[in-house]
Write a protein that binds this ligand. Structure first.
Ligand code: ATP
Length: 249
């Protein structure tokens, strides 16, 4: 059974379609890169799959069922910039939010929930910051706290929107190790990713997206020059030694 199955998904903002007939499936227990230029609809795709924004048409199935947020089998790490970091709450409280499906909204978290939340902070190297207000964390530390929250949720499928943006090399390494650990537990992780240099190292599968699905499948099959040209149009630039990058204009 596929963890994510999207068929002919169309999403529009103010009647303008920003995703058109997007179709793809992802296999279980893989790391999948969602790749495409700015404005391609990557974040919109995640939000539509999670039911955070309405679909104009199409079908989304998670493990062959229509997804209901209360099932809590999908974890979400939003773009760091989309979160109100001034909200007065501690790092530990943010991670405990990941446990609410297990705790129940009106119950106090148990000792065990607290223990799990602390372990998740430890996994991302943030155990020393449990009581720190999130507004007083650096960008990379905030990103780690959000990952800890996703871990605490113990989901089966994760969507992460640009988790590597604004983090240093050590944090990027820590995050990729964590993604591999999730994979080794049989979880499926979809990651919006901009650095074309690391796609082949990081991801088993790829979804190349630009409003429509350009290609999806195993990275070695779909991450080709031809598909990248189709995805990025004229914005793809080539550097020395065959390296490529996307022009930021
Ligand atoms: N709330 C909104 N109202 C209107 N248009 C929106 C809204 N959110 C996004 N869009 C538009 O939808 C398109 C897709 O946006 P989206 O954020 O999904 O792209 P993205 O691929 O995640 O981009 P990026 O790489 O820049 O994060 C863009 O043209 C964007 O301007």
């Amino acid at each position: 059974m596929n963890p994510v199955d999207v068929k002919n998904l169309t999403v529009a903002y103010q009647k303008k379609a920003v995703l058109k007939n997007v179709t793809f499936t992802v296999p279980e227990g893989k790391l999948i890169g969602i790749i495409g230029p700015n404005g391609a609809g990557k974040s919109t795709l995640i939000k539509a799959v999670l039911g955070l924004i309405p679909k104009a048409s199409g079908e989304v199935k998670i493990y062959n069922k229509k997804y209901r947020a209360k099932d809590r089998i999908v974890g979400y790490v939003p773009q760091r910039g989309s979160v109100d970091w001034d909200f007065p709450t501690s790092a530990l409280d943010v991670v405990l939010m990941g446990r609410y499906g297990h705790v129940g909204w009106f119950k106090r978290p148990s000792k065990q929930d607290n223990q799990i939340a602390r372990e998740c902070l430890e996994k991302v190297g943030m155990e020393g910051y449990a009581d720190r207000q999130i507004s007083q964390l650096s960008g990379g530390q905030q990103q780690r706290v959000f990952l800890a929250r996703a871990l605490a949720q113990d989901a089966k499928v994760y969507f992460m929107d640009e988790p590597f943006v604004g983090v240093d090399a050590a944090t990027e390494r820590a995050i990729i190790d964590l993604l591999n650990e999730l994979k080794s537990q049989g979880k499926t992780v979809l990651v919006v990713h901009h650095d074309l240099q690391t796609v082949k190292d990081y991801f088993d599968d790829c979804l190349l997206l630009n409003v429509e699905t350009i290609a999806s499948g195993p990275t070695e099959q779909v991450f080709t020059m031809e598909n990248l040209h189709q995805t990025y149009g004229g914005k793809l630039a080539f550097l020395e030694q065959g390296k490529m990058m996307v022009e930021q204009k």
